[in-house]
Design a protein around this ligand. Structure first.
Ligand code: HEC
Length: 149
């Protein structure tokens, strides 16, 4: 007979729940996996080249639906809110595969960008830009680059 496997599993689950509750009681902090460094660098109000590239790509491919600065529109959600809870993996998966809201009468569609090189090749940069906006460390508009005068 196999030893029962359920009780230990449940104990671990409850522990995880308890840990989650304890964390939830802490003041809100930017959602970050572990202590991973942020995906962007901002020094003296100036962004690194990758984050700037993310801004450019966002403006080219995403702004028409998600609004200026990732702030959302009547058609598509505010991505600076989304990235407070969404992981980078979930973000990438959504952008590559797209999504159609099936849970409401809302028929708005997030197109799949898996075949759009200008987006798919620069997912990390777009994420870095939106994450900086989401973390509240980057204002609206065109960011200044470290290399700008
Ligand atoms: C044609 C309009 C359109 C374009 C262009 C577009 N999106 Fe979307 N996007 C949407 C809509 C609508 C949703 C919500 C879909 C749903 O609820 O199922 C969405 C959802 C998302 C989500 C999930 C948000 C959440 O809170 O769950 C992410 C992330 C996202 N888009 C990123 C992007 C990025 C990055 C780009 C540019 C590369 C982009 N989108 C371009 C319309 C668009």
């Amino acid at each position: 007979m196999k030893p029962p496997s359920r009780p230990p599993t449940r104990a671990i689950f409850l522990l995880a729940l308890a840990a989650g509750t304890a964390l939830a009681a802490l003041p809100p902090a930017p959602a970050m996996a572990d202590n991973a460094a942020p995906p962007y660098t901002i020094k003296d109000g100036r962004v690194d080249q990758a984050t700037f590239n993310g801004y450019r790509r966002y403006t080219e491919s995403c702004l028409r639906c998600h609004g200026p600065d990732g702030a959302g529109s009547s058609y598509a959600p505010n991505l600076t809110d989304s990235l407070k809870t969404m992981s980078q993996e979930q973000f990438g998966e959504t952008v590559i595969n797209g999504r159609k809201n099936v849970s409401s009468s809302n028929q708005n569609v997030m197109p799949a960008f898996g075949n759009v090189e200008d987006v798919a090749l620069y997912l990390d940069d777009i994420y870095a830009y939106l994450k900086a906006r989401s973390d509240g460390v980057l204002g609206r508009g065109r960011p200044k680059r470290a290399s700008d005068d």
